[in-house]
Ligand binder design. Sequence first.
Ligand code: MCA
Ligand code: AMP
Length: 508
Amino acid sequence: MTNHLFDAFRARMPAPERPLMRTDDGRALSYGDMLTRSAQLAHALTRLNVRPGDRVAVQVEKSPEALMLYLACVRAGAVFLPLNTAYTLAELGYFFGDAEPRLVVCDPARAVDIATLAAKSGADTATLGRAGEGSLMELASGQPGDFDTIARRPDDLAAILYTSGTTGRSKGAMLTHENLASNARVLVDEWRFSAGDVLIHALPIFHTHGLFVATNVILMAGASMLFETKFDPARIVSLLPQATSLMGVPTFYVRLLQQSGLDREAARNIRLFVSGSAPLLAETHRAWRERTGHAILERYGMTETNMNTSNPYDGERRAGTVGFPLPGVALRIADPEGGGGVLPAGEVGMIEVKGPNVFAGYWRMPEKTKAEFRDDGFFITGDLGLVDPDGYVHIVGRGKDLIISGGYNIYPKELESEIDALPGVFESAIIGVAHPDFGEGVTAVVVRSPGASITAEDILAAIAPRMARYKHPKRVIFVDELPRNTMGKVQKNVLRETYKDLYALPVR
Ligand code: MCA
Ligand code: AMP
């Protein structure tokens, strides 16, 4: 009996006493502990009536136990469904209703509210806190330390990660065991990870970057992590000498560059800095190289596809590009208009990808899934790009109306719907404007209803209980009318141009 993903990790597991992680509060976990804890948690899940194929929705703070819960789901054949800790109850309600989890695991502090919400979708609730407290570990600690890992095939689901929809509803990207295993294997090889590596892990573990790219690579290499619950730039600089690698979003690198202690000496033991999730400015790449002597390796991925491209480990890491398609990934640039014919090298078009990394479709949305795949199996990413004469892929824009702030995605439509529904608002447009810290700053351009006097504070107060904090506009601007083209469509490019210097001064 094989479990495709877990067996892949196990096959490369080092001796049980080897370290898997050390946390910022001084806890240590070995690979042997990983086997025991994930087994106990898998028993606990079974006791809580989680059966193979059932979804386990998890909104908890980052902790070793939270990571073990991911592995326990894999071992129990369940589908892991991680959720951003910033999501409000209103946002959670949608995910529970759509995914119909068997079990919801949440922070003890939110247990009462979430249990009520979960029950409406027929789910039970267990709790897990930052320090491992709560009902889940209480149940798990009494369970045996070995578990007959449930058989799962390569195309069985391992996880569902929600990605916001351009037209409203979030879509659950269904990721299979093979999606995750194949991508982790490729990244270990491409980025030369081995058992001796120590990764500074300061990303959240509810998204692809921190959960799959960072953690799966470490598990697949038998390496270890310095597991940080929060991104604290001063602390990260102090940890650099103990590590060999760091993975982060561009905001990490921007903030680390503001630390006086960041220099070649601090980075002396590092062999690889990786950036992704959002565009890394060429100036950040250059400044980093000057300060540390290292060229950041930029790569490109999506929730739906895991990682698609990477700059080379050996060879030139070209700033402003995302490198070459990874082994096994076919990438092409297609005509975004019309039939999607393949464009010649150098021309800008829609990036399309195909490979073992590409997801199995959107949960219970066959029509949306069909619309985002070509007949020959290529997935339409929504990113606009080109391939230069040397084969480097450049992302030059987005066909989808998406803002990426500090590595988090915000879909304007979702915010616009909330703001437009407020009394006193006639209409609104949400745009991303260049921001020195977050890359793009969410900005609301609002037209008041005739005679209304609604303020920015009123708008922010109204969305606060409904939407995660990181989605909130950093600025609200009132205008008399929105610019429109002859078809009546709001010209967001005009708005972006008008407000391009809004955040020009450093905010931190
Ligand atoms: C926090 N805030 C934000 C963000 N993060 N606002 C906009 N965008 C953000 N990303 C809010 C806080 O709620 C707070 O609000 C204020 O901004 C300042 O908080 P601060 O303490 O500075 O923030 P932080 O806690 O230090 O967080 C910044 C962060 C974090 C460390 C950059 O956003 C982060 O961990 N980002 C990584 C996200 C990630 O993992 N993305 C990968 C997705 P206030 O003070 O007003 O209450 S996976 C993906 O994209 C694909 C697959 C890929 O290719 O990887
Ligand atoms: P998500 O929905 O969180 O999976 O975000 C995926 C999106 O992030 C991609 O479709 C890209 O638009 C963007 N992205 C990821 N990595 C990069 C990168 N290195 N450069 C530019 N955009 C990126």
